[in-house]
Design a protein around this ligand. Sequence first.
Ligand SMILES: C[S@@+](CC[C@H](N)C(=O)[O-])C[C@H]1O[C@@H](n2cnc3c(N)ncnc32)[C@H](O)[C@@H]1O
Length: 253
Amino acid sequence: MDTHQKHSTREKTKENYSAYLDSEEFWNKRYSSATSTPVFGELPRDTLVQQFPTILSRAKKAIAQGRNYRIFEIGFGQGRNCIWLLKQLSNSLNEEEFCHIEFVGVDISGEAVSQTTKLAISLLGEHFVQQNMKLLHDDVGFHDEELQHSNIEKYDLILGFFIQFIQKHDILHQKIEHALKYNGMIIINGYTPEQLQYNTGGPQEIDHLYTSTMLKQEFPHCEPITAEDKIEQVEHPRKGQAAICTFVAIKTK
Ligand SMILES: C[S@@+](CC[C@H](N)C(=O)[O-])C[C@H]1O[C@@H](n2cnc3c(N)ncnc32)[C@H](O)[C@@H]1O
């Protein structure tokens, strides 16, 4: 989407846009000043690492059934999670099987898209990136194709790590659930309201924060595998304690 088109779309839906906390400029600035040490570090979230065996067996099952395994990530940032996941899948599947992995990501920051594209090319190869990855530079709230008008259930796996840029998160979560296939998996990590006591990152607006209990309500068609709130020791974006919720669930209805 070009800048003119994007601005006119936002103009039309100004009311919705005011619900968003983060701007493209904000994230571009953070990512362009953090190329050697990524803002959220280089390591993937533990939640994703722990779920990898399950993801792999689900991907193998989809491929054995002759279909692609489709992954969607919202706000992928500098790519620490999606690139790690795709690299693990490429190490665990044969070349033919890996061709059946498809990844679509959307991030509002052009800097995020360009840095993640470079990383993906260097670790996964240009051919895979061109054929099987779509890294969209866009505002997910305006992303008609992938979420907003998705009346078909498209994805086997949806990832959302610290995507707390919208006040009305229930609306975003509703769209995410809708975009998930029956029996698809969702993995979310976010800061809980308790995070306001710590100075280790995340939005300062309580309306943008949520707990695993809220997520259970916001994904009524999903059966949780893990739904918990914990205080974690984190290194990024600032070292210290952080109040983080984890929601891993399967769409069962
Ligand atoms: C807190 S960062 C998390 C990045 C990444 N998920 C991680 O954990 O390393 C939030 C990300 O969401 C992106 N973002 C913010 N508002 C967005 C929007 N409206 N649509 C799509 N992405 C957005 C930002 O550019 C940023 O990369």
